[in-house]
Design a protein. Structure first.
Length: 82
């Protein structure tokens, strides 16, 4: 779970450093996937009894906000001219 959480920012940075728009977009999609991976691990943690729903809600909210922000970036890049 830590690796997935850390990779969100790392993949965003790597995408930002890419020279081509399509590469950037792909990396932002990968980063969004990592945000959902973190949430998946948290939900599995609830099923296993490691966390309560109240404990993970703030983290899930942050992951959702991150995914929404990435969606906006992806949309902006997709609609921009080369």
């Amino acid at each position: 779970m830590r690796d997935a959480a850390i990779s969100i920012a790392g993949i965003i940075a790597e995408g930002f450093g890419r020279g081509h728009k399509k590469d950037k977009i792909n990396f932002y999609y990968y980063s969004r996937g990592s945000a959902f991976e973190v949430m998946s691990h948290l939900f599995c943690g609830i099923k296993a009894g490691y966390f309560s729903e109240n404990e993970i809600q703030p983290i899930c909210d942050k992951c959702n906000n991150c995914a929404e922000s990435l969606n906006k970036i992806i949309k902006t890049l997709t609609n921009s001219k080369p």
